[in-house]
Write a protein that binds this ligand. Structure first.
Ligand SMILES: [Zn+2]
Length: 658
């Protein structure tokens, strides 16, 4: 079994870290399945560093707090060579000798701390405020760059710090998905990485493909006397270490490295914003110590931000698919980081007011590795006389309805159900591949359906009559019959797809699946209270609020009625999970101390097991909680295996969710 695990670890490394798999996905699946089978048969042999433990476990309620000792400080910045020279002068005064530097490129990510006991990962945490952070071990375990077990590392406690990051390509992929789901986009890879690490559902984290570099060995290890040696040791133990690093014997060498890296930074798959320069000798680091804010022995030597000065020609307010009003500044074209920029995002009316940006203003736009350039600052001194503050519209630019400001929510919204942009967006989302998968219903067709045939929501699609489209310009009989057939076929997609396709704010495909599996039918969901929705593991308070409110709208009720009348399937048969407990049945009697019965049932189902209400000779396990009922006696009589709540929890902890 350990040999098999070792084999899988090797292939994981080649696939996820090196990107050079040497076996096919199919062969890999076979290996992985064999491991799961063995672990199912011998659950007592599952080790915490088994590759099967990487897949994210059940969602968390919240994060525990972790204290950082020593604190995770930030770094002082230097913006030019002069500032670096001034830093060296201070160092020399304190140390009285020549200094060597270890320079590494500064990845634009999120700082983390990892702790190992006897080579096993026991805890991972965020930086937080530097003194205490959040315990995000479950999320960090899903990152393949982070070893669960170290190779030949020293025994005892070992702490290592580093950075979690997302590649630009990873961000583009994630944003594309979020855009399709009507979720807000991440402005840059750092925000995306930070947002991902804070998710309470490790399974979602696992999908987002984060990476990690480790660069700071906190524990003292014999034979490791320099930062250079520390990085080599980290690499040997199995960590990913920044490949772009250089030992510099003096500042000239350092400045040369800086210029070399700055010239190629755009070609790297991830964002860097400078160099981190450290005094190489660890003893010298100790002598220098730290201020309350930052260590004295390290500095962030930043690249110049990519900025340009230009003029705001106009401020445009448009309405998005979900009805939110989005301001954009149209700029006099300007060259920035190799591309011509004509527009800058202003995000929401609140941001416009805060910046006080006006038409005709001279502004500095910045693109610090971000996807969308944004306005960094306004040069108020150059403002032409008599320019009025930018005012958000009071009416929707698409439909003229009065806009609504909701208490406690950033932004301004058009709440007109028939707003053309929103109708078209709604139809497109409904037809998208992740939802009802209606081929041929794209932006253009959605526009025609809205304008020519009075389609106002997805429900109307199911009442289109043959011939109604064929007469329209650009539509042949063939394309009409194909479209109608695709619409007909979509009726069978099931509740999870329907819920996703409805475009409920903040409900992506994963949340839609959670809701569908939990309630099983739209009627049960409609009858659920806000609290009931909130209690579903993996669904937060905010989402519960949105879901509940969405179904209270009369237009939505009307839409659901149309879907019902058309015979669209609004149920979901809970998916049979194949997992380590497939074939096992569980019955619970009494109350479990640490989870509700519903949670226990879900945990069993998630592992492929079947929760049952009554004991029979076929029951595999009876779980006995506090004040058990008559089921206990019956199980004893039938010879069913009886386990305590604590034993059940231990089984859960040892059995991964497939
Ligand atoms: Zn509107």
């Amino acid at each position: 079994m350990e040999r098999l695990r070792e084999e899988i670890r090797k292939h994981d490394y080649l696939y996820y870290v090196k990107g050079e798999p040497i076996i096919s996905d199919y062969e890999y699946d076979q290996l992985y399945r064999r491991l799961l089978d063995l672990e199912k048969e011998y659950p007592e042999l599952i080790t915490p560093d088994s590759p099967s433990q990487r897949v994210g476990g059940a969602p968390l309620e919240g994060f525990e707090t972790v204290a950082h000792d020593p604190p995770m400080l930030s770094l002082d910045n230097a913006y030019d060579e002069g500032e670096v020279q001034a830093w060296e002068t201070r160092l020399r005064k304190a140390l009285g000798r020549k200094i060597e530097y270890m320079a590494e490129t500064k990845i634009d990510g999120v700082a983390i701390s990892l702790e190992y006991e006897d080579g096993l990962l026991v805890r991972g945490s965020t930086r937080g405020d530097g003194y205490t952070g959040d315990d995000i071990t479950a999320n960090l375990k899903t990152i393949h760059d982070i070893p669960l077990r170290l190779n030949n590392a020293p025994r005892g406690h070992l702490e290592v710090r580093g950075e979690v990051y997302m590649t630009r390509e990873g961000l583009a992929r994630l944003n594309k998905k979020r855009e399709a789901e009507g979720l807000p986009l991440f402005a840059n890879p750092r925000n995306a990485a930070a947002g991902t690490l804070k998710l309470l559902d490790p399974r979602e984290v696992a999908k987002r493909q984060l990476h990690a570099w480790l660069y700071y060995l906190i524990s003292r290890v014999p034979g490791v006397e320099t930062q250079e040696k520390a990085l080599e040791a980290l690499e040997r133990w199995g960590f990913q270490v920044n490949p772009q690093r250089r030992l510099c014997r003096n500042l000239d060498e350092l400045f040369r490295f800086y210029r070399e890296v700055e010239a190629v930074r755009e070609n790297l798959p991830y964002n860097i914003d400078g160099l981190v320069v450290k005094v190489n000798d660890l003893r010298a680091q100790e002598v220098l110590g730290a201020t309350a804010k930052a260590p004295r022995w390290a500095i962030a030597f930043k690249f110049k931000a990519e900025q340009a000065t230009t003029k705001v020609e106009s401020i445009e307010w448009s309405v998005g698919r979900a009805g939110s009003i989005t301001p954009v500044a149209n700029l006099s074209p300007v060259l920035l980081a190799g591309t011509t920029v004509k527009r800058a995002g202003l995000f929401n009316p609140e941001r416009v007011a805060e910046l006080d940006v006006r038409e005709g203003d001279t502004v500095i736009v910045e693109k610090a590795g971000d996807i969308i350039p944004y306005i960094r600052e306004v040069n108020y001194a150059l403002r032409p006389a008599g320019v009025k503050p930018a005012k958000p519209p009071t009416k929707c630019p698409a439909c003229g309805s009065p806009l609504v400001k909701e208490a406690g929510v950033v932004g301004l919204f058009c709440r007109n159900w028939e707003c053309p942009i929103q109708v078209r967006g709604r139809l497109e989302l409904w037809a998208s591949r992740g939802a009802m998968d209606i081929e041929g219903l794209g932006e253009k067709v959605a526009g025609v359906l809205y304008k020519e045939l009075g389609v106002r929501d997805p429900g109307d699609l199911y009442f289109l009559k043959p011939g109604c489209l064929a007469s329209l310009r650009g539509f042949g009989e063939l394309s009409e019959s194909n479209l109608l057939r695709a619409i007909e076929k979509s009726k069978e997609k099931g509740l999870s797809r329907v819920l996703y396709g409805l475009g409920i704010p903040n409900v992506g495909s994963e949340t839609a699946a959670l809701l569908a599996n939990h309630f099983g039918s739209i009627d049960k969901l409609l009858a659920a209270s806000r609290e009931e929705i909130d209690e579903i593991p993996g669904i937060g308070e905010k989402v519960a609020y949105e879901v509940y409110n969405f179904f209270r709208r009369k237009e939505v009720k009307n839409l659901i009625a149309k879907l019902k009348k058309a015979g669209v399937k609004l149920e979901e048969v809970a998916k049979e999970v194949v997992g380590p407990w497939t074939g096992l049945t569980f019955v619970i009697t009494g109350t479990l101390p640490s989870m509700s019965r519903e949670e226990a049932h879900e945990a069993i189902r998630a592992r492929g097991g079947k929760p049952m209400d009554s004991v029979s000779s076929k029951t595999s396990y009876l779980i006995v909680g506090e004040s058990p009922g008559s089921k206990l006696g019956k199980a004893e009589k039938l010879g069913v295996k009886i386990i305590t709540a604590a034993e059940f929890e231990a089984m859960l902890a040892k059995t991964p969710v497939p």
